[in-house]
Design a protein. Structure first.
Length: 435
């Protein structure tokens, strides 16, 4: 067990240390404060932390101070946020569906008067070496009761755990952008085995349980999924986002892409979603999925081109669209660099697309639906998650919502129609029949 075989400690809501004050990190902080949960946020760059602190306070009505319970033990600038309205005490054991089973765990009531356990949420650069080094240091900041989580969207959890003394303390806790508008989080336990010693040190079940409880405290459905390339949500996203950028380079206008995505049930344009995630993170996530499943898509050159031009999305105030200092989109037109690059990589794969506005939007909607449907089937087939979890991931992680409530994200398009689309667009790998 995580406390080295000693009697289980009293269960209680953990106190949160969030490391990483970038766009995603501050979104996680805002979501905690809106849920009435205090959080300490740290970043190695004091100026980034200061700017993020200002934005977090403006977006959450929280209050901040410099109180740190660690002193010099954690060598990072830290700010402490308190919510305007603290959350009430929580109770209950959670299952993966987000339901509470009881008002106590192992007969011990859960309440804020219990001795808290720390839960660290890492949201730093998406590089394996950086994350491994960070966690190797961070596990020494706490006693062995603490839980370590990573918000990685692209890296294997087991690989991050490989450098830890106690890898069983680590679990994936993956939030989705925009964090405060997505009612789900992926919980990804790992199955790390030290090949030299032949010792298996998978994520401790108590750690998984604590992560599920914390997701529920944030009013999110915990989605327990296997530690596999792309997990569930990113594996669904990769072909969907790649299809959108490919369509843009094929001469389909951004407004039609937006309208079709919303018509399918998505809350925003896939191009705007890339900007929220960050072009680099979206590129890295897509590359992971493509490397694992090369038959599912041909990567569009547009996204890496934006990365090379340092158009990071919301973080740099420009990606596919332009954004103000608060992260709000400025207008509906594509940003100049995105327009230039889309023209540079122009191709004629979609020259026979309908000219009628309604027919064009309907066909685009079907293409998006086909890509999501086929990837969902593949995810279930590969044993990454069951159909119920995949459905919850599409709705809670991608924000999908049928406008008329008459169909689901996967069953809204018939298998026969998917085959027709595959024949009509044979070069689109994301809608071709599965092997």
């Amino acid at each position: 067990m995580i406390n080295g075989g000693e009697p289980k400690p009293t269960h209680s809501p953990p106190q949160i240390l969030l490391v990483g004050a970038g766009v995603v990190g501050r979104a996680i902080a805002v979501d905690h404060l809106k849920s009435g949960i205090e959080v300490w946020m740290a970043d190695q760059d004091e100026e980034i932390l200061r700017r993020s602190c200002d934005l977090v306070l403006r977006q959450s009505d929280g209050v901040a101070d410099s109180a740190s319970p660690w002193g010099a033990r954690i060598p990072l600038p830290i700010v402490h946020f308190s919510p305007a309205s603290p959350a009430p005490a929580i109770s209950g054991r959670s299952d993966a569906s987000g339901e509470n089973e009881a008002d106590s765990i192992d007969g011990v009531a859960i309440g804020r008067d219990s001795v808290p356990r720390w839960l660290l949420i890492e949201s730093i650069a998406e590089r394996l070496d950086i994350k491994q080094s960070f966690f190797a240091e961070a596990e020494g900041w706490f006693d062995r009761q603490a839980i370590l989580t990573t918000n990685t969207s692209t890296l294997p959890i087991a690989s991050i755990a490989a450098k830890l003394r106690f890898p069983e303390r680590l679990c994936g806790l993956h939030f989705f952008m925009p964090v405060d508008d997505r009612p789900a989080a992926e919980i990804i336990p790992h199955a790390f085995t030290n090949s030299n010693e032949g010792v298996s040190s998978p994520t401790d079940p108590d750690v998984v349980e604590a992560c599920c409880r914390h997701a529920i405290a944030l009013d999110k459905k915990p989605l327990r999924v296997r530690d596999a390339p792309g997990f569930v949500v990113n594996r669904l996203l990769a072909p969907y986002l790649n299809l959108a950028t490919d369509l843009l380079c094929g001469g389909i206008d951004a407004e039609s892409i937006r309208r079709a995505a919303i018509g399918y049930g998505m809350p925003i344009s896939p191009l705007e979603l890339v900007d929220l995630i960050g072009t680099r993170t979206a590129f890295d996530g897509g590359r992971i999925v493509w490397s694992a499943f090369p038959g599912r898509m041909d990567p569009s050159p547009l996204l890496p081109a934006l990365v090379k031009r340092k158009r990071a999305g919301v973080a740099s105030n420009e990606g596919f669209y332009a954004y103000d200092s608060e992260g709000n989109r400025v207008g509906n037109d594509l940003a100049p660099t995105a327009m230039e690059l889309a023209e540079k990589y122009r191709h004629d794969s979609f020259v026979n697309f309908p000219h009628c506005d309604e027919d064009r939007i309907n066909l685009l909607t079907e293409l998006f639906a086909a890509a999501i449907r086929l990837e969902a089937i593949a995810i279930e087939r590969d044993g990454v998650a069951d159909a119920e979890t995949i459905d919850a991931a599409i709705k809670g992680g991608l924000g999908w919502n049928a406008h008329d409530g008459s169909k689901g994200p996967v069953d809204g398009l018939s298998p026969e129609r998917v085959k027709e689309l595959a024949a009509q667009f044979p070069k689109l790998k994301s809608i071709q029949p599965l092997d």
